[in-house]
Design a protein around this ligand. Sequence first.
Ligand code: FMN
Length: 205
Amino acid sequence: MPLIEVEGMHHDDVYKLLVGSVVPRPIAWLTTIDPENGRVNAAPFSCYTFCCSSPPMVGVTVGRGRVKDSTRNARNEGSFVLNVVNEDMIEPMHLSSTDFPPEISEPEHFNIELAPSKFIRTPRVKAAPISLECKLHEIIAFGDKDGSDFIVGQVIAFHINDDLYENGRINMKKLKPLARLGGPVYARLGEHITMPSVGPSTTAR
Ligand SMILES: Cc1cc2nc3c(=O)[nH]c(=O)nc-3n(C[C@H](O)[C@H](O)[C@H](O)COP(=O)(O)O)c2cc1C
């Protein structure tokens, strides 16, 4: 069993081990807007989670090897939309990760239909089963020049497709979330496993 000490490793090799260890990852398809010209950007990020539930906050890890449009727009506009990706959206989502210059809007280039948000100027992806309108809370820089920015947004509204929303919860079978493994490899959810609840609360945290 290899024991791999990180010190002295090239960051590309560390990255390969990280993305193979932290699996499966859900995908945040971020829409952002450039406040100077109103151009809308879309890009997927699988290194993400929610990081607070009161108030609700989500955090997305964006690499700093080059300044990505998503980071610059979220910082300058002060908002972003986190669109949840299901199996049906794999192709446009994957294509939108193309490393375009800022002048190219992925939604325009790939005909990704947008819809207005309710509380922020940044639009959402119309086909997304769930979209979270987020106000920028903080951007936390980690690491060195090849490190990452953790972009934290406070969720101010959930847009949820009618057919997924049941008694205040989201029906996972109908959602069909897409997961990312390494590189261009994705996965569907397999069989669901339900365990008997333990502890005093039935609300899983
Ligand atoms: C499914 C998927 C997940 C990705 N996850 C991340 C991620 O978590 N962090 C990151 O920095 N880049 C990630 N990328 C790469 C970005 O999408 C890519 O760098 C994109 O060009 C950034 O676009 P932007 O400059 O328009 O923001 C991912 C790509 C794909 C296809």
